[in-house]
Design a protein around this ligand. Structure first.
Ligand code: HEM
Length: 304
C-alpha cells in the first residue's frame, strides 16, 4: 500500500529475522568472549523441523554456555541472558529447560565472576589456540581422532569411510582446525586479548596459513563443513561417539595440559551448539566436553 514503510530488519543482512536471534557478549563480563562477541543463533523457521546444517530449536542455558565456551554447571548459575532491547530481568527457561528466545531479538549474555575467571585463566580463546597448541599438535590430534574412528565401531566408522579415506578425513579436519584456530575470522570482528577490537590493517594481528580455504575456496570454511553435518547425522548417539573418540585423542596428544584439554573440549561443544539437541542431551554433551583428565594446573585456583 502506498506510504506504508517496509518493516525494518532488526538483524544484520544475512540473518533473517524470521530465523535467527542475536546473542551479544555483555561488556560488563570480566572476560573477553571465547568466540565472537555476537553469535547469531538459528532458531529454525517457526513450525518447521531443523533444516540441513543445524539450527537450535530447543536452546537451553547449556546451549548458550556451549556457544560461548562457558563451562556449564547445573548447580551454579554461570551464565544468564537478558533482553537487550526491552531491558528487564534474567530470561527464565520453561519447565522443559528451553529458553524462550524469539527470532529477530537481541539478547545480552552475562557470566558470573567465577565463570569469567575460569575463562581467563583456564582456557584459550578460539583465536589463540593455534599459537598456544601449535599446528603440529593440532594435526596429531586429528590423526589420533581418526585413527580411533577408523579402527572403531563399524557403524560409526561407516559414516566417515563412505566419503573419505582416513588420510583425507585427517587432512580435512586438521586443515579446518588450523584455520579456525588461527586468524581467519569467518564472520565478525577480531578481538585483542584485552577485549578491544583489533584493526586488521593496523598490524595488530598475526597472520597464519589458511589451508582449508586454499583447498576449497575462500569463504568455504564454515559452509562446506556445515554441509557435511546434516540433521540426521547430528544425533545424540553419534555426538557421544564422536566426543568419546575426540576426548581420548585430546588426552593422548595433550596428556598433561589441562588448559589445552579444556579449551579443545569447549571448542567442540561450541561447534555442536549450532545443532539441535534437547536440553537433557545438551547437558550431557557439556559434561562430555568438559572432561579434563590432566592434573590441575596452577591457574585458576578455584573451580566453578
Ligand atoms: C555428532 C558429531 C559429529 C559427526 C557425526 C560428524 C560427522 C562427520 C562426517 C560424516 C564427516 C564427513 C567425513 C568426510 O567425508 O570427510 C565430517 C567431516 C568433518 N567434521 Fe564432523 N562430525 C561431528 C562433529 C564434528 C565436530 C564437533 C567438529 C568440530 C570441529 C567437526 C568437524 C568436521 C570437519 C572439519 C569435517 C571435514 C569437512 C570437510 O570434509 O571439508 N565435526 N564429520
Amino acid at each position: 500500500m502506498a506510504g506504508e514503510a517496509e518493516p525494518q530488519a532488526r538483524l544484520p543482512t544475512g540473518y533473517a529475522d524470521t530465523k535467527f536471534c542475536e546473542l551479544r557478549w555483555s561488556r560488563d563480563n570480566a572476560a573477553p568472549p571465547f568466540a565472537n562477541v555476537s553469535i547469531f543463533l538459528d532458531l529454525g523457521r517457526a513450525g518447521h523441523p531443523p533444516e540441513p546444517g543445524g539450527g537450535s530449536l530447543t536452546p537451553s542455558l547449556a546451549t548458550i554456555c556451549a556457544l560461548y565456551g562457558v563451562e556449564y554447571d547445573p548447580a551454579a548459575e554461570t551464565l544468564w541472558l537478558t533482553e537487550a532491547r526491552a531491558g528487564g530481568g534474567r530470561l527464565a527457561p520453561d519447565a522443559g529447560g528451553v529458553l524462550p528466545l524469539v527470532r529477530g531479538e537481541l539478547y545480552s549474555v552475562h557470566v558470573s565472576e567465577a565463570a569469567a575467571a575460569l575463562m581467563v585463566g583456564g582456557c584459550y580463546r578460539i583465536k589463540e589456540m593455534l599459537g598456544a597448541l601449535t599446528e603440529a599438535r593440532i594435526r596429531r590430534l586429528s590423526a589420533a581422532f581418526y585413527r580411533r574412528v577408523y579402527a572403531g565401531d563399524p557403524r560409526f566408522r561407516a559414516l566417515f569411510a563412505a566419503g573419505s579415506s582416513e588420510a583425507e578425513a585427517v587432512a580435512n579436519q586438521a586443515d579446518f582446525l588450523v584455520e579456525m584456530f588461527g586468524v581467519t575470522a569467518h564472520n565478525t570482528q577480531r578481538i585483542a586479548p584485552d577485549g578491544s577490537r583489533v584493526d586488521r590493517d593496523a598490524g595488530g594481528v598475526e597472520t597464519t596459513g589458511t589451508p582449508y580455504s586454499d583447498r576449497y575456496g575462500e569463504g568455504q570454511l564454515v559452509p562446506r563443513t556445515i554441509s557435511k553435518h546434516h540433521a540426521a547425522l547430528m544425533k545424540m548417539d553419534n555426538a557421544a561417539a564422536w566426543l568419546g573418540y575426540m576426548m581420548e585423542a585430546i588426552a593422548e596428544v595433550f596428556p598433561a595440559d589441562a588448559k589445552a584439554q579444556r579449551s579443545l573440549g569447549l571448542y567442540f561443544g561450541h561447534f555442536l551448539a549450532f545443532f539441535e539437541f534437547e536440553p537433557r542431551e545438551r547437558e550431557r554433551l557439556c559434561e562430555l566436553c568438559q572432561r579434563v583428565t590432566a592434573p590441575p594446573e596452577q591457574l585458576p585456583q578455584h573451580r566453578l
